[in-house]
Design a protein around this ligand. Sequence first.
Ligand code: FE
Length: 237
Amino acid sequence: MLDLESLYKLNYPMCIICSKKAGKFDGCIVNTVFQIVPEPPMVTVSVNNECLTHQYITDGRAFTLSVLAERTPLEFIRKWGFKSGRDIDKFEQAEYKTGRTGIPIVLDNAASFIEAEVVETIEVKTHTLFIGRIVACETIDEQKIPMTYTYYRDVKGGKTPRTAATFIAKKKPTDNLKQGANNMKKYKCLMCGYIYDPAVGDPESDIKPGTAFEDLPDDWVCPDCGVGKDEFEPVED
Ligand code: FE
């Protein structure tokens, strides 16, 4: 038996990873980061192959990691973790500085940062492990407590996007339940692209298959990014 939920007991730091390509910057949130070698100091990070940031790291051969503090607002995490650099410019209102590799280091809500040059990549199915030799690292604010993935999920009530290495797919409904919900409209989250399908419901929030979007409780939130019902619009067939 695979009790995938038990994997939430593994803990990770919540970080913004940035890179650059052809003079343009991109960044997103990752949590699968760890140091692998003390000398020379090296870190590794797992990034989904579909993420724009993956392309940038592959091209730029370097990345920066900003370790986020516990007090980082969820709104900030949604912007960096659930929106794509293909749709918005995440650096427009961000405070950042440029590192030795020319890659931006996000300073907003950051406790520390790491800058690394890629020395090896390992492709693992849907994700790539980038192994980087650290060329700079520094504590930005001693007072800031770094946010762990467990803290993000359990204390802040944060969600995990589909592209994350730690994402757990939800169970599929039975065909019987699907049939009853066939005429109900699907709704799309404007923040992260999650689609609420009445045939599936939302098992994580105990919403049974066959529940129309209109019948969801007023305090229901997107299971992927946590925004409310007013951030959804119907999906036209
Ligand atoms: Fe969402």
